[in-house]
Write a protein of this length. Sequence first.
Length: 236
Amino acid sequence: MNKGKWISLFSGGKDSNWSLYQAIKNGFDVQYLLTVHPPPGSYMYHVPATQVVPLAAESIGIKLIEIEPKFEIEEDIDSSEQGDREAKYIRDVLMKMDDEIQLEGIIAGAVESEYQRSRIQRICDELNIKLYAPLWKSDPLFTINEMVENDFEIMIVGVAARGIDSSWLGKKVDKIVIGELEALNEKYGVHILGEGGEYETIVTNGPHMNREIEIEYDIYWDSNWGEIRVKNAWLI
């Protein structure tokens, strides 16, 4: 049993929701969700549909902290430097929080991105707290099946991968979609969990949520990538 207080990095997507769900099941005292609303092109964070996150937090019943970094992604800046700059916003917030509530650790939905995980680990090291990343190096096919089998309702809100077109936007991930992802993985190497932004998601319902999120949206498509643009969202 983990007796300290935890904060969960939370985008509203399947990976952060699953990691939070695992933490709750394992008895972690999760006091806060921390969401970053990044500018387009972020190296570190999930971008589409983060405005739905407050509804997810309300449904889950955990307090939400939101950060909106005040900078634009610079095309001529080194990606490593940009990632460090983006991570600094989380570090600064957590340093203040650690003084107030004595954090035990951070929960993160990192899967395979060393770029992301290493920066979160560095924050943990600086604050002398733990990192809990239950999805790290997990089997993608097993994991996505486990999410669906545990009644996670996963909506695809952004796509940028070969073989995935605009018809995927707004789809709910089920066994059929997982089979299509398997085929795309074999044909084009598409990551089954969408690692690297090949597809992005929002969880609209799950076993850790009390109410389902309904989303009204438009679809934006540009050549070989696209996303939903949220018009309205509410809890059922």
